[in-house]
Design a protein around this ligand. Structure first.
Ligand code: Z5A
Ligand code: MG
Length: 212
């Protein structure tokens, strides 16, 4: 980084099917990075705290009905409303661990039958992650973990479709992690990958944009 400028933080995104263990691992990763001396925040999408997020939350819990394209754009707006804060945090040296991001947006809406390019369009220009960790598990294994609640999308047949779209979206830069292993094994596999990425970003890896 330039003389005097703070090393920037890394944008680390965690993706995967429902019950793959994303939230569990995000919390562990945050403690690990903090204890390794890296200022870190844990974010998640949807961010249900904002007014857009509250509309999304009502939809997910079946308290409201929305057209497929409308909810897609709300999920996207929920990321856009956090974009400038995200950039500011990264540039001032905070690493962000983000529990679901654009890839969830595109995979879930495509699984409903919306065109993949249409789904990507409103996401163009959001910050691109420095690293995507994909917690890989079959929908059947994930369902065995229990805790499938009453939220929309929590069904094995739909999760299978989502899984296919994640395959389409992923590229060679994604780190695919076997999420069927124990929590401790998954945690260990993630740590070194992320630490290397945090160092690369601190050394000046430039920020880039989706989907270029
Ligand atoms: N969605 C969308 O459509 N468009 C978008 O743009 C975005 C999202 C951003 C809500 O997301 C829904 O929004 C989601 C996608 C859609 N719908 N679905 N499906 P959410 O992130 O709020 O969903 P969630 O309910 O918080 O999380 P999750 O994804 O369902 O689960 P998870 O975070 O991956 O798993 P977990 O909570 O860490 O673990 C689940 C259980 O498994 C729990 O009991 C753990 O103790 C257990 N677990 C975890 N790891 C292990 C291992 N290794 N072994 C055994 N058991 C484990
Ligand atoms: Mg979760």
């Amino acid at each position: 980084s330039e003389a005097g400028a703070k090393p920037r933080g890394a944008l680390i995104v965690v993706e995967g099917l429902d019950r793959s263990g994303k939230s569990t691992q995000c919390v562990k990763l945050r403690s690990f990075l903090e204890s390794s001396g890296h200022p870190t925040e844990l974010w998640r999408f949807p961010d249900r705290e904002t007014s857009v997020g509250q509309m999304i939350s009502a939809y997910l819990s079946n308290k409201s009905q929305l057209d497929d394209r409308t909810i897609h754009l709300l999920f996207s707006a929920n990321r856009w409303e956090k974009r400038s804060l995200m950039e500011e945090k990264l540039k001032t040296g905070t690493t962000l661990i983000v529990d679901r991001y654009s890839y969830s947006g595109v995979a879930f809406s495509s699984a409903k039958g919306l065109g993949i390019e249409w789904c990507k369009a409103p996401e163009v220009g959001l910050l691109a992650p420095d690293s995507v960790l994909y917690l890989d598990i079959s929908p059947e294994r994930a369902a065995e973990r229990g805790g499938y609640g009453d939220e929309r999308y929590e069904r094995v047949d739909f999760q299978s479709k989502v899984s296919e779209f994640y395959q389409t979206l992923r590229d060679s830069s994604w780190k695919i992690i076997d999420a069927g292993e124990t929590m401790e094994e998954v945690e260990k596999k993630i740590q070194q990958v992320v630490l290397d990425k945090v160092k690369e970003c601190a050394q000046g890896k430039p920020l880039s944009l989706l989907w270029s």
